[in-house]
Design a protein around this ligand. Structure first.
Ligand SMILES: Nc1ncnc2c1ncn2[C@@H]1O[C@H](COP(=O)(O)OP(=O)(O)OP(=O)(O)O)[C@@H](O)[C@H]1O
Ligand SMILES: [Mg+2]
Length: 373
């Protein structure tokens, strides 16, 4: 039986026990939720949005008596998709007597909804001509039914919320339901593309304009990462030793990149040993080589002036307008000015203390190698 397993997970959302300190963020989120405020949680990809939602949903259930529902809207492209995701979300999360009462209510609607295996999802699969809209309306009204059947507030988190934009008028439809649910449900909308999230919530012409408190998820603090990494190396009978500092300095608090680097480092160190700088070098090289294809695709997804602007940010240490760098890259200030907002909208870069920073520190390392070639 295998018992010596790598304790650093970087490929999926973490369960609440496994996350590095997000206590303040969880508290802040829950305070809003309990107060009946809707929240829009945004951060670049892989910053730990889903992990934080899972933690907040768990704590909300245990400590605040909320009914937690997590709806994943990743790549939804039709009303039918959204209906299925909602039905499955309720099916996964409802337990105990509430589940029984909701199931009874859904069945009484007579439109084929059920928390069991033969709900609207199965029906839509058997007959794609079935109109999912009445089912979606009923599902969106479920928080009212939860309230009627026990007085519990629902805590509903929509993950990957930016994808609602792919379904015409979906945000309007959502608004028509949730605007009457302030007393019975709290909604959190989590998403990663800052540009799209802005569109949905900050554009006066959009239905959800100004309807949610913005909350930006930040990088992790080095002291929290250090404590976690030291502890997990120790628990698995290893030492992180002198490799800790380069790991913190390269990872720059980027949650997923830090965990990936720690994972690679752990792989280099045998049980009973303590990591050295040689282990670190090997781990770092392994991480970059693992990501090479991904970065190559990411790079090719940028147009020429975006690529050059990223290079200029890195070469200029956060300031993309340095004369010698611009000259070397054959880049004009005007091109930079136009590329910056596009790069920020897709979270390739973000402002930190008045400078521009490439969000992914390993991508920055990779680009740096182009610069120095
Ligand atoms: N608080 C945390 N502590 C430790 N690792 C974290 C934390 N948050 C995120 N991570 C790391 O980032 C990875 C991705 O986390 P998660 O899926 O929650 O992020 P996300 O922002 O929802 O990503 P996506 O943009 O793909 O939806 C995890 O596998 C883990 O390695
Ligand atoms: Mg996620």
């Amino acid at each position: 039986m295998i018992t010596d397993t790598n304790p650093f997970i970087y490929s999926r959302p973490l369960s609440p026990e496994d996350i590095i300190n997000r206590d303040d963020e969880t508290q802040k989120l829950l305070k809003n939720v309990v107060g009946g405020h809707f929240v829009r949680l945004y951060a670049p990809r892989k910053y730990g949005k889903t992990s934080l939602l899972q933690r907040a949903l768990r704590d909300g259930e245990v400590h605040e008596g909320l009914v937690p529902i997590l709806v994943d809207l990743y790549r939804v492209s039709s009303i039918a998709d959204v209906t299925v995701r909602l039905e499955r979300a309720y099916s996964r999360h409802l337990r105990g007597p509430i589940r029984g009462r909701v199931e009874e209510f859904l069945q009484r609607t007579g439109i084929g909804l059920s928390l069991g295996a033969f709900g609207i999802s199965a029906k839509l699969q058997l007959d794609p001509r079935v109109d999912p809209l009445p089912a979606l309306h009923a599902l969106l009204d479920l928080p009212l039914r939860l309230e009627e059947s026990g007085g519990q507030r629902a805590f509903i988190a929509f993950d990957e919320f930016q994808d609602v934009d792919k379904v015409p008028d979906l945000d309007g439809l959502l608004r028509s339901h949730i605007q009457y649910q302030g007393e019975v449900a709290s909604y959190v909308f989590a998403g990663s593309e800052p540009g799209l999230m802005k569109q949905l919530f900050e554009n006066k012409d959009r239905p959800l304009y100004g309807s949610a408190v913005p909350m930006r998820l930040q990088r992790l603090a080095n002291e929290d990462i250090a404590r976690y990494a030291i502890e997990r190396f120790r628990q698995t009978e290893r030492g992180i030793g002198e490799a800790l500092n380069p790991l913190l300095s390269v990872g720059q608090g980027h949650p997923q990149r830090v965990m990936l680097l720690a994972h690679r480092l752990w792989e280099e160190v045998a049980k009973g040993e303590t990591a050295t700088l040689n282990h670190w070098d090997a781990a770092f090289a392994a991480a970059l080589s693992e990501l090479n294809a991904e970065f190559d695709a990411q790079w090719r997804g940028l147009d020429t002036s975006e690529q050059k602007t990223v290079r200029a940010i890195i070469a200029g240490d956060g300031s993309p307008y340095k004369g010698d760098v611009l000259r070397r890259l054959a880049l004009t200030k005007d091109m930079v000015r136009k590329a910056l907002p596009r790069l920020a909208a897709t979270a390739e870069i973000e402002p930190v203390d008045g400078k521009h920073v490439v969000v992914d520190p390993l991508f920055a390392e990779w680009v740096e190698r182009i610069n120095s070639d």
